[in-house]
Design a protein around this ligand. Structure first.
Ligand SMILES: NC(=O)c1ccc[n+]([C@@H]2O[C@H](COP(=O)([O-])OP(=O)(O)OC[C@H]3O[C@@H](n4cnc5c(N)ncnc54)[C@H](OP(=O)(O)O)[C@@H]3O)[C@@H](O)[C@H]2O)c1
Length: 257
């Protein structure tokens, strides 16, 4: 499907690997100039322009730099047409083991950057009368799971923020949507099953089988499959979709039909 994204400028955060990286590559494949921000990114890109990925060093825990990130991109690249807010995942812990520091770190990774980035992009896009903001979150927003209280709690707040922003910016031509990945085969996911295998005295394959047993499609996602949904929602092909929360989870969510 022709998405009509070419020549636009996109910013994707937490984009050096996993779902964020796959999203940056997908948008670049559509002909966008993609600024891929992460802590490990840096150096000068070989090319800048349609179809290129421009690495930008950025730490989402830096409050001042995150407040300025959107303006920095607009000043350097002349526009911001698509913002994809991806964030690093929080600790996986039982509720009763979560310390106050864990809550503070999770707030500063999962909620504060969403408010800062979507707010700054929302103002720029409103003034331009066009733009698309995608929040990458998790199916745990809709269906919390054991060990996932930090993710479910702060992403639920971020989801409400995104829905409200979508309502307020729709008349200005700015769309705001949320993509909720289910289990996806990334470094983070392999780290989680390895941790569970250590804790439960099982093999990694047994832990993967437990995760997959809950997914009707019978496997977990490739990061590229999440990226495909993001690219569609970012594009003019999704011109009448805003305020939506789209699960990409192989049918794992049973509620919310
Ligand atoms: N994988 C899944 O099954 C799954 C399912 C649902 C939701 N999610 C969520 O989706 C998000 C991405 O997951 P993933 O599996 O793709 O994770 P991942 O493979 O671990 O990638 C995490 C990304 O976050 C970046 N990052 C980490 N700390 C950062 C910081 N302080 N500032 C800026 N960037 C930072 C990393 O780059 P640097 O280290 O270079 O900074 C990396 O690019 C997470 O929030 C995760 O919880 C994942």
């Amino acid at each position: 499907m022709y998405l009509g994204l070419e020549k636009g400028v996109a910013l994707v955060t937490a984009a050096s690997r996993g779902i964020g990286r796959a999203t940056a590559e997908r948008l670049a494949a559509e002909g966008m100039t993609v600024i891929a921000a992460s802590r490990s990114a840096g150096g000068d890109p070989e090319t800048i322009g349609p179809g290129s990925i421009v690495p930008l060093g950025h730490d989402l825990s830096d409050v001042a730099a995150t407040a300025e990130l959107v303006d920095t991109v607009v000043a350097r690249f002349g526009a911001l047409d698509v913002l994809v807010i991806n964030t690093p995942g929080p600790r996986i812990l039982p509720v009763l083991d979560v310390g106050w520091d864990d809550w503070c770190v999770a707030h500063d990774m999962l909620l504060r950057p969403v408010v800062q980035l979507a707010g700054a992009a929302g103002r720029t896009m409103r003034d331009k009368g066009a733009g698309s903001i995608i929040l990458l979150s998790s199916t745990w927003v809709r269906q919390p799971a054991a060990g996932g209280v930090l993710s479910a709690s702060y992403r639920s707040a971020a989801s409400a923020f995104a829905k409200t922003l979508a309502t307020e910016l729709a008349p200005a031509g700015v769309r705001v949507n949320q993509v909720m990945p289910g289990a996806t085969g990334t470094a983070r996911m392999y780290g989680i099953v390895e941790m569970k295998s250590g804790a439960n005295g099982t093999t990694v394959d047994e832990e993967i089988a437990r995760v997959v047993a809950d997914i009707p499609v019978g496997r977990w996602a490739e990061a590229t499959e999440i990226a495909d949904a993001v690219a569609f929602l970012a594009s003019p092909r999704a011109s009448f979709i805003t305020g939506a929360s789209v699960p990409v989870d192989g049918g794992a969510l049973r509620a919310g039909h």
